[in-house]
Design a protein around this ligand. Structure first.
Ligand SMILES: *Cc1c(COP(=O)(O)O)cnc(C)c1O
Length: 219
């Protein structure tokens, strides 16, 4: 076994009760590990790197819903546009326009989440509130994208109160736009903070290391 099957079963049961979707984050992990989780019933998987996502899509079952959760460069949208299920990290209008263009080429509508900057760390990506408002405005004129909601990453911190505050902040923005824009997805929470995120209103969590073990970037 390459995966933590018992942990997966416990987490999926908990998330089902919470009406929360699980995206299993398989970045850097081999196809065999993805297949093991697939065989237990998991269908939503998340990847951060375009080439890795393209390769995995080509070699794994076709009914997997592939989520792109990393930082997406405009010039790479074309590689994932034919099949991607949901793009989480949309953080600029330019990127949104490129996704729309590639969606038109592929004759499909691509679902997107706008990434909001909620952490204290400079290294994290995302829009501020002004950029968010502008992107939501502009998106209404783009024919082939559908903004389904918001995504955010909290600070890398063990201070529960800091995490709560950041998630609550994202939830308040989500609520602000939810009704007028038919939002249905609030993507926040990872292995270390997903229960806090759910308490703050998350309905989609992105969990990697709890299911697949720690990642080894040295290989
Ligand atoms: C890697 C990653 C995750 C999963 O992180 P874990 O701590 O392994 O659960 C979730 N979201 C994003 C955006 C990621 O890059």
């Amino acid at each position: 076994m390459l995966i933590a099957a018992d942990t997966y079963k416990a987490i999926s049961k908990f998330l089902l009760e919470q009406h929360t979707t699980l995206v299993a984050v398989s970045k850097t992990k081999p196809n065999e590990a993805v297949k093991e989780l697939y065989d237990l019933g998991q269908r939503d998987f998340g990847e951060n790197y375009v080439q890795e996502l393209v390769d995995k899509h080509a070699s794994l079952p076709l009914d997997i819903r592939w989520h792109f959760i990393g930082h997406l460069q405009s010039n790479k949208v074309k590689y994932i546009a034919p099949f991607v299920h949901l793009i989480h990290g949309v953080d600029s209008l330019k990127l949104l326009q490129e996704i729309n263009k590639q969606a038109i080429k592929n004759n499909r509508v691509i679902d997107c989440l706008l990434q909001v900057y909620i952490a204290q760390e400079e290294t994290k990506f995302g829009m501020d509130e002004k950029e968010l408002a502008e992107a939501i405005d502009a998106a209404s004129t783009l024919s082939n994208i559908n903004i389904k909601g918001l995504m955010g990453m909290a600070s890398f911190s063990s201070d529960t109160q800091v995490l709560k505050n950041e998630f609550n902040h994202l939830q308040s923005l989500y609520k602000k736009y939810q009704l007028t824009n038919s939002f249905s997805i609030l993507s926040m929470g990872m292995s270390s903070d997903y229960t806090i995120a759910i308490d703050a209103g998350s309905n989609l969590v992105r969990i990697g290391s709890l299911l697949f073990g720690a990642r080894d970037y040295s290989k």
